[in-house]
Design a binder for this molecule. Structure first.
Ligand code: HEM
Length: 291
C-alpha cells in the first residue's frame, strides 16, 4: 500500500522538480525501497509458510514437489510469484538514478502488487460471472485503500519536524488542499467496492452475521475505524489545512498549524494500519456468506 500509494502521491501531489519535489526530498527513495524489500521478503516467507502448513511440515513444505504443487494448483502461488517479481523490479529501478519516471514505474509495479492480493483471499473465491465482478471490486478496493494509505504516510513524512521553510510549508499546503478532491474520490470507490465485497462475503439476507460471527464482528470493527478515519480526514480538510493556509498566506508562524496536522495525520495513519491488521485477520476467517 505504501509502495503504490506514496509513489502515486509523488506524481500528483508534489512539484515535478525543485524544492519539495520527490527527487529533492530525502525520504521517497528510502521509503519505497524499504516497502519493496518488505514485500519481497514477506512474499517469499509467506509462500514457504503457507506451503509448509498445507504440506504438514516445514521439511515437506520446502520440497520442490510441494512448492510446484502450490505454484500449479493454487492461485496463491502465481500471485505471490508476481508480487515478489514486481517488488524485485522496483528495487532494481530505485537502485538507478531516480526521476519522475521512477515514481511512475514504482506506482505501476505497486498497483500490480496490491492487485495480486485479490488472489490470496476471498476476492477470487466467487465462481462464474459474479466472480469477475467480485474480483474487480476487490482489486479496485485494494488500490483505492492503497492510494489513501500511501498518501497518509507521505503527508506524515512531509510533516516531520524540520527547519522553518516557507517554500516547503506552501508545497505541503498545496498538497493537502489538492488531496481534498482526490480523497473524496478514493472514499467513494472504497465504500462502493467495500459494499460489493460485502454483498458477496456477507450477503443481503445475512446482515445479522455482522454481529453474530467472528468475521462479521471484525468487519464491523473495521467499519467503525473507517468512520473515525473519515472524521479525522474531515477535520484536516475543513479546519487544519485552512489554518495552515492562513499561516502561510499571512506569513505568520506555521508551527502550531503544522503540529496540529502532524498529530491528526499520525493518528489517521495509525488507524489505517489497524484497519489493514483487521483485514489480514478476517481475510483468513470463513466469511458470513459461507455460514
Ligand atoms: C480505510 C478504509 C478501508 C481500507 C484501508 C480497506 C482495506 C481493505 C483491504 C486491503 C482488503 C483486502 C483485499 C484482499 O486482500 O483481497 C479489504 C477487503 C474488504 N473490505 Fe475493505 N477497506 C476499507 C474500507 C472498507 C469499507 C468502508 C467496507 C464496507 C463498506 C469494506 C469492506 C471490505 C470487505 C467485505 C472486504 C473483503 C474481505 C475478505 O476478503 O474477506 N472495506 N479492505
Amino acid at each position: 500500500m505504501v509502495l503504490f500509494g506514496s509513489s502515486l502521491f509523488l506524481i500528483y501531489a508534489l512539484p515535478r522538480d525543485g524544492p519539495g519535489s520527490g527527487a529533492e526530498l530525502s525520504w521517497p527513495r528510502k521509503v519505497l525501497a524499504w516497502s519493496a524489500s518488505v514485500v519481497l521478503a514477506a512474499s517469499v516467507v509467506g509462500l514457504l509458510v503457507h506451503t509448509s502448513i498445507l504440506a504438514g511440515s516445514i521439511r515437506e513444505g520446502m520440497t520442490a514437489s510441494s512448492l510446484s504443487a502450490v505454484m500449479t494448483t493454487m492461485s496463491m502461488g502465481p500471485s505471490t510469484l508476481i508480487r515478489a517479481g514486481a517488488a524485485a523490479l522496483t528495487l532494481a529501478a530505485l537502485a538507478l538514478r531516480v526521476s519522475r519516471a521512477t515514481w511512475w514505474l514504482c506506482a505501476s509495479l505497486g498497483a500490480v502488487i496490491c492487485a495480486s492480493f485479490a488472489w490470496m483471499g476471498h476476492g477470487a473465491a466467487t465462481e462464474g460471472a459474479p466472480g469477475l465482478l467480485h474480483l474487480t471490486a476487490d482489486i479496485l478496493h485494494t488500490l483505492a485503500a492503497g492510494a489513501w494509505i500511501g498518501a497518509l504516510v507521505a503527508f506524515f513524512l512531509l510533516l516531520r519536524p524540520r527547519a522553518k521553510s516557507v517554500t516547503l510549508d506552501s508545497v505541503l499546503h498545496r498538497a493537502l488542499h489538492g488531496f481534498a478532491g482526490v480523497g473524496t474520490g478514493l472514499v467513494a470507490v472504497i465504500v462502493a467496492t467495500g459494499l460489493a465485497n460485502s454483498w458477496f462475503l456477507v450477503g443481503p439476507t445475512r446482515i445479522s452475521g455482522l454481529w453474530t460471527t467472528p468475521y462479521g464482528q471484525l468487519l464491523s470493527l473495521k467499519l467503525v475505524l473507517f468512520v473515525s478515519m473519515l472524521a479525522l480526514a474531515a477535520a484536516n480538510r475543513f479546519h487544519l489545512t485552512p489554518a495552515l493556509g492562513a499561516a502561510v498566506d499571512g506569513g505568520e508562524a506555521s508551527g502550531q498549524a503544522l503540529d496540529a496536522l502532524r498529530r491528526s495525520l499520525a493518528i489517521e495513519t495509525a488507524v489505517s494500519f489497524l484497519v489493514l491488521g483487521l483485514v489480514a485477520w478476517f481475510g483468513t476467517l470463513a466469511p458470513v456468506s459461507a455460514g
